[in-house]
Design a protein around this ligand. Structure first.
Ligand SMILES: Cc1cc2nc3c(=O)[nH]c(=O)nc-3n(C[C@H](O)[C@H](O)[C@H](O)COP(=O)(O)O)c2cc1C
Length: 256
């Protein structure tokens, strides 16, 4: 388990080899064993194998090639619909159609996604998460016919790796782990803690000629510029997606 977890790297290029149905089923079964709030398992996963559906997902996931290459795309959803349906048929008192229900489902879905990721990796498959799930949540809901109470929270592409990338750098553990109370870092600690990231991520971004040129033209000279630029997670993107998410959560009955 230690070796498996410590060998993780995202895979974004896949061979044409399909994933056997029974193997995929075994992998998905491990998600069932995940902890979940109240053992309600307020998550669902939509399996996409169909080429036309994958093409539409590819468009929604900002044309990330890996969506077309991977034999399977998994969209993990917070799902209080199923729980509410069970409550309905039993004539019990309703609940869960609110922000807390959404957060409960989101945590359950992400825990299951990570269990399933590790299971997939343990049999030689590669995975990559897609944060673009949030960016197109409204259209993914339409494509996957998600009823009220179901909301897409993350997606995975899964397939046999056609690349063998090295391990990516990580921030030092001390930045994430706090003893007893949260420790706000000093400027010095921030610089020291991020030095390796600044160097390695910048080297990776600028290794490709076209990217280096684009960054130079946009006046981007460091990793933090890049993170908040139009090429990655700008404030404008965050505002636009946040507004859409709020509206969509309300439409899906997952707000107050
Ligand atoms: C929630 C989440 C969303 C992500 N979204 C994307 C994505 O849309 N496209 C992509 O290429 N990688 C995506 N990734 C993969 C990260 O870029 C990757 O995990 C990170 O750079 C560390 O690299 P590693 O997984 O190879 O160690 C995502 C990862 C997570 C956890």
């Amino acid at each position: 388990m230690f070796n498996l977890a410590n060998a993780h790297r995202s895979i974004r290029s896949f061979t044409s080899q399909d994933i056997d149905d029974s193997l995929l089923n075994d992998i998905l079964m491990t998600g069932l064993r995940s902890s979940s709030s109240g053992n309600m398992q307020t998550w669902s996963v939509i399996v996409t194998r169909d080429e036309a559906n994958k093409r539409r997902l590819y468009e929604l996931h900002v044309e990330q090639e890996m969506v077309l290459e991977a034999p399977v795309v998994l969209t993990f959803c917070a799902d209080v619909f199923r729980m509410r349906e069970w409550i309905r048929v039993n004539d019990s008192r309703q609940s869960f159609d609110d922000l807390l229900g959404f957060l409960t489902g989101t945590v359950d879905a992400v825990i299951a996604a990570q269990t399933i990721s590790l299971a997939a990796e343990s049999v030689g498959l590669g995975i990559c998460y897609m944060g673009t799930t949030w960016w197109a949540a409204d259209e993914i809901i339409d494509l996957l016919a998600l009823p009220k109470g179901v909301f897409p929270v993350t997606s995975l592409v899964v397939g046999y790796p056609a690349e063998n990338p090295g391990l990516r750098d990580r921030l030092p553990l001390a930045l994430m782990v706090h003893q007893e109370k949260y420790h706000c870092l000093s400027n010095e600690e921030i610089r020291a803690g991020h030095a390796e990231r600044e160097e390695k991520a910048w080297a990776r971004y600028t290794a490709v000629d076209s990217v280096r040129q684009r960054l130079a033209e946009a006046g981007i000279t460091k990793v933090t510029d890049y993170y908040t630029s139009e090429f990655k997670y700008s404030k404008e993107l965050h505002r636009r997606v946040s507004e859409m998410l709020l509206e969509t959560l309300q439409a899906q009955g997952l707000w107050l």
